[in-house]
Design a protein around this ligand. Structure first.
Ligand SMILES: [Zn+2]
Length: 303
């Protein structure tokens, strides 16, 4: 349970609700929502990249450099980020558990956008639409997986691993201690220490997102030669070691005071919703003007 974390927009009620149901996992804020809040409410638009650099930094030293620069531009906003919200809510370097960094699409908003019309239907029809929609998505996913059998990573992870591998190819590796799991990696003015057994690197990227960083890739290349191309990041399910007490845990839905009747809401019909461009995959949504048929498609940002 302590390896799980939840991320949400910056509404206090969401954080309070999550704590009420799941009191163990650490809760953090979505860096995109927080960034928008800084831009709109605190007018940080001109130097917002300093905030994003700080959120994405893996080492504390790198975080401090970016945050000090942000603070010099926007002292009032920096006080809110540091004291009102807290670094551990939005900074990867200060996050107390694994933030992973692979969540690049907003799944809930994508599903909400697909159900704009159905939300007006009776509850049973909404569930039928959801079941049909998911059935269709799983059918497509299944066909895609069958086509690419043998892949050991999901596409977004594979893309990151490939990038790190290419970067790692230009690094110089030394095995100073003689232990075949510990390496010192030199390159671009930075010296990093990698421990393959602990899945750790002094740059902290490997520790935080659990995908080997460029230094770890260089170390793996040194250890395994050209065979390191087929490294399995996630072990096979048959090798998982799940504690007995977790196997028997039954998670019940929260006790809520359900109000009768449908909630009144305003809606805008036929709006195309496009997620903000960011690293990874963007989900876009639109409806046919005549048939109201939903269309969802994804685009991949290769930068
Ligand atoms: Zn590293």
């Amino acid at each position: 349970m302590n390896q799980i974390c939840t991320l949400s927009p910056i509404h206090k009620s969401i954080a309070n609700g999550i704590v009420h149901v799941y009191n163990h996992p650490h809760h953090g804020y979505c860096m995109g929502h927080l960034g928008e809040n800084l831009r709109v409410n605190h007018h940080c638009g001109d130097y917002l990249h300093l905030y994003y650099n700080a959120t994405k930094a893996y080492s504390l030293e790198e975080f401090d450099n970016h945050f000090v620069e942000f603070k010099s531009k926007y002292p009032a906003a920096a006080v809110i980020l540091e004291y009102d919200i807290g670094f551990e809510k939005w900074s990867s370097a200060h996050f107390p558990v694994n933030r992973y960094d692979v969540m690049t699409t907003n799944i809930v908003e994508s599903r909400n956008a697909m159900l704009i019309d159905e939300m007006e239907y009776p509850m049973a029809s909404i569930f039928n639409s959801i079941a049909k929609g998911f059935g269709e998505l799983f059918r497509e996913r299944h066909a895609y997986i069958l086509k690419s059998m043998g892949n050991q990573m999901v596409p977004s992870t594979k893309k990151i691993a490939r990038k790190e591998m290419i970067e790692g190819d230009s690094l110089y590796v030394e095995n100073v201690t003689g232990d075949d799991n510990q390496f010192t990696v030199f390159g671009a003015g930075v010296t990093a220490h990698v421990d393959l057994r602990e899945k750790s690197c002094s740059c902290r990227e490997y520790d935080l997102i659990k995908i080997p960083c460029a230094h770890a890739m260089a170390a793996l290349r040194s250890k395994h030669g050209n065979e390191y191309d087929s490294i399995n990041v996630v072990p096979l399910e048959s090798e998982w070691c799940v504690p007995e007490e977790l196997l028997n845990v039954k998670i019940l839905p929260p006790l809520v005071d359900t109000k009768l009747g449908r909630k009144q809401r305003k809606r805008v019909k036929g709006v195309m919703r496009i997620s903000k461009a960011r690293e990874g995959t963007n989900v876009q949504f639109a409806r046919e003007q005549d048939t109201r048929e939903p269309h969802v498609w994804t685009t991949t940002n290769l930068n």
